[in-house]
Design a protein around this ligand. Structure first.
Ligand code: UD1
Length: 390
């Protein structure tokens, strides 16, 4: 059985790592890894391959940055001949980035089955490019692996047949658990001169927050306020850095550098690798973020998370986890931070099936279904003939 796995951007790497590892345990699976190159800097991609021990990609498409249409189109153009050559039984895509949709679309048009990991999540906000990617990827996927009950509900409400939906848990949590021993040994706290439980971590990269300068200025004002009591560590995404460079009025509260974190203020730095970042989050007093994955990681680690967005596509992190959706108003953020700092740290309660075993469940489903399908002459779902084997 041949499986082509697609990665492209930073949040894909921690999802594909445990899947590749699990696939390689099965002698009957030929697992091919394709990296689209949507993210390409060492700090956004290469460091994650190393930290998560992901095998080097068999194919690199080197698509790089560009508009949505450029990125999506280039991935499709460059992936199509690879899929035609490899003729896999299934293409596995993860998450909701442009590479996810582009690869799913390329495979579906070649009548190759698509498995979407992290299917069914919905923010119901179509101004987010990720929401468009999620809706379209799910609409053309054959195997929809969901991380939480809401994913299943959303897919059923969209008319997806129940037999395509598999509630398997969360592969990101597989990565977090598998590498716990490694990130627990990270020396990032010593390097930055930080003490456990006495600092905050911030990440921001959503276009709605960082491309809109009045919103970004409001957020930095709120963070500066918080940083009067607790130092804030802020690994800065390249998109965010570009915007920050245009607002010099915050230079007095934002220090950009590599050395120890000052006892007050916002310490900005280049993006950091997976292991150091997990260590920073696991030892923080609180996290403020607009990332999706970090809402999930803080839930499992029991670290309070304030999500600087108006919605979340991961409601289980609010109902079961440590997440609160606080939006981008500076007054609301400072009030919510004050509340978090008054309360004791919550006990971590992992949502159902976030137990580090999701990739095993996914690979078991794929093995069973693809074997069955290869035995029967016609596809159950599409009525299309089986594809020629290599
Ligand atoms: C992408 C994903 C987003 C994900 C995020 C994680 C889409 C639509 N968005 O957003 O869902 O949460 O990745 O980071 O797929 N750049 C570099 N080096 C890199 C990569 C990017 O400097 O290695 C810069 C480029 O200037 C680029 C900008 O960052 O224009 C944005 O990169 P892009 O991949 O287009 O979108 P992200 O904001 O990273």
């Amino acid at each position: 059985m041949k499986i082509v796995n697609i990665v492209g951007a930073r949040p894909n790497f921690m999802k594909i790592a445990p899947l590749m590892k699990e696939m390689r345990k099965h002698a009957g699976i030929d697992a091919v890894l394709v990296h689209t190159g949507q993210h390409y800097d060492v700090s956004m991609a290469g460091q994650f391959f190393e930290d998560l021990q992901i095998p080097l990609p068999h194919v690199s498409l080197e698509v790089g940055s560009g508009s949505h249409a450029y990125q999506t189109g280039e991935v499709m153009k460059r992936l199509e001949p690879i899929l035609e050559r490899e003729r896999p039984d299934v293409v596995v895509v993860v998450g909701d980035v442009n590479s996810t949709l582009a690869a799913a679309l390329t495979a579906a048009k070649l009548q190759i089955r698509v498995a979407h990991i992290e299917a069914g999540l919905r923010s119901f906000d179509r101004s987010m490019p990720e929401e468009i990617n999620r809706l379209l990827t799910d609409a053309i996927s054959d195997y929809l692996f969901v991380t939480e009950e809401s994913g299943k509900r959303n897919l059923l409400a969209e008319g997806v047949s129940e037999d395509k939906i598999f509630f398997v848990g969360n592969v990101m949590i597989d990565s977090l658990e598998t590498s716990r021993r490694l990130w627990a040994r990270s020396t990032i706290l010593e390097h930055l001169g930080l003490k456990k439980g006495q600092y905050g971590v911030v990440t921001l990269h959503r276009p709605s927050n960082v491309d809109d300068l009045p919103i970004l200025k409001g957020l930095i004002r709120a963070l500066a306020d918080v940083a009067r009591q607790h130092p804030i560590v802020f690994p800065v995404h390249p998109r965010t850095r570009t915007s920050l460079e245009t607002i010099p009025e915050f230079r007095s509260v934002m220090y950009f550098g590599d050395g120890p974190t000052p006892s007050r203020g916002i310490h900005c730095m280049d993006p950091i690798g997976y292991l150091d970042f997990m260590s920073l989050v696991a030892n923080a007093r609180l996290v403020l973020t607009d990332s999706g994955g970090i809402q999930e990681e803080t839930t499992v680690l029991g670290i309070p998370c304030l999500t600087l967005r108006e919605n979340t596509e991961r409601p289980v992190t609010v109902t079961h986890g440590t997440n609160r959706i606080v939006g981008s108003s500076p007054a609301r953020i400072t009030a919510e931070v004050a509340q978090v700092l008054k309360a004791p740290l919550p006990a971590p309660i992992p949502p159902p099936l976030w137990d580090g075993q999701a990739s095993q469940r996914i690979v078991a489903v794929l093995l069973e279904h693809i074997r069955d399908r290869n035995r029967s002459p016609r596809s159950a779902t599409h009525g299309a003939p089986n594809l020629p084997r290599p």
